[in-house]
Design a protein around this ligand. Structure first.
Ligand code: NI
Ligand code: MN
Length: 225
C-alpha cells in the first residue's frame, strides 16, 4: 500500500483500489498538486467542513469516483450529481476490494459552501481496509474509545490531527497514538495555516516516548508499507 499526503487531512491511499480521503486541494495553501491531477476510484469524506469536503463534487463528477461518507453528506452531494454510498457510525461498505467503516469523532460538521443550507451531519473517523488497514481520525479531540478503535480494527497506519485549536494538539495526539497502537502513525491537520502551527518533531518525540512509531511526511510525499 502507498500512502501519499497532500497536506492538511488529505491523503491518497493506494491499496487494492485508489481512495482519496478529505480531498481539500483547491484553496489548500500547502497542497502541491492541482485537482486536475487527481485520479481515484473512491472519495472518502470524514465531515462536511470545507477543508475536508473540499473538491468532492469536482472529482466525483470529472473522475466518476464514488463518494463514501455519512448519509447527509451523500444526500447533499447527490443533489450535485455525485454518486455515493452512505454509511454511518459502526457500519461500513465495500466498494471494489476496499472496505470503508465509519467510526466516531468528536468535532462539529456543517457545510460552508455557497449554497449553504444547514446540514447537521455528524463528524466521523474512517477505517480504510484495502490490503492494509488505515485509520483516518478526521477532526477530533482525544477520546478514550480510540483504544477500542485500536482493538477492533488493529490499524497498520493511524493518521492523526495534531494542530490544536480545532482538534487535539500534539500532546493529546501522542496519547491517541499510544492508545490506537498502529504500526505507523502519521501526523496531519497542522501547519496549513498559522492557527494550527505545530512542531511535528515534538509530536514524534512525545508519541515515541509512549511507544508509537511516527513517520512525518511533507505535503506531496508518500510512503509504501
Ligand atoms: Ni472540521
Ligand atoms: Mn478541519
Amino acid at each position: 500500500m502507498k500512502i501519499k499526503w497532500l497536506g492538511h487531512s488529505c491523503f491518497i491511499i493506494e491499496g487494492n483500489d485508489k481512495t482519496i480521503i478529505d480531498p481539500y486541494i483547491t484553496g489548500n495553501p500547502v497542497c502541491p498538486e492541482s485537482v486536475e491531477s487527481i485520479d481515484v476510484d473512491i472519495i472518502a469524506v470524514t465531515h462536511a467542513h470545507g477543508d475536508h469536503f473540499g473538491d468532492t463534487i469536482k472529482i466525483g463528477k470529472e473522475r466518476r469516483a464514488k463518494l463514501v461518507a455519512i448519509y447527509e453528506i451523500v444526500e447533499y452531494a447527490s443533489k450535485h450529481g455525485i454518486e455515493g454510498e452512505a454509511i454511518n457510525m459502526g457500519g461500513g461498505v465495500r466498494i471494489g476490494n476496499t472496505e470503508i467503516i465509519m467510526v466516531p469523532a468528536f468535532h462539529s460538521s456543517g457545510f460552508t459552501s455557497a449554497d449553504f443550507k444547514f446540514c447537521g451531519a455528524a463528524p466521523a473517523g474512517l477505517i480504510i481496509k484495502s490490503g492494509k488497514t488505515v485509520y483516518h481520525a478526521g477532526d477530533t479531540s482525544l477520546f478514550s474509545d480510540m483504544k477500542l478503535i485500536g482493538e477492533l480494527y488493529k490499524p497498520d497506519v493511524a493518521l492523526l490531527p495534531i494542530g490544536g485549536r480545532y482538534t487535539m494538539d500534539a500532546r493529546r495526539a501522542a496519547m491517541a497514538a499510544e492508545w490506537i497502537n498502529a504500526k505507523i502513525t502519521i501526523p496531519m491537520h497542522y501547519n496549513t495555516w498559522d492557527v494550527i502551527k505545530q512542531d511535528a518533531n515534538e509530536f514524534k518525540k512525545m508519541a515515541e516516548e509512549r511507544g508509537a512509531n511516527v513517520v512525518i511526511l511533507n505535503p506531496g510525499e508518500e510512503i509504501e508499507i
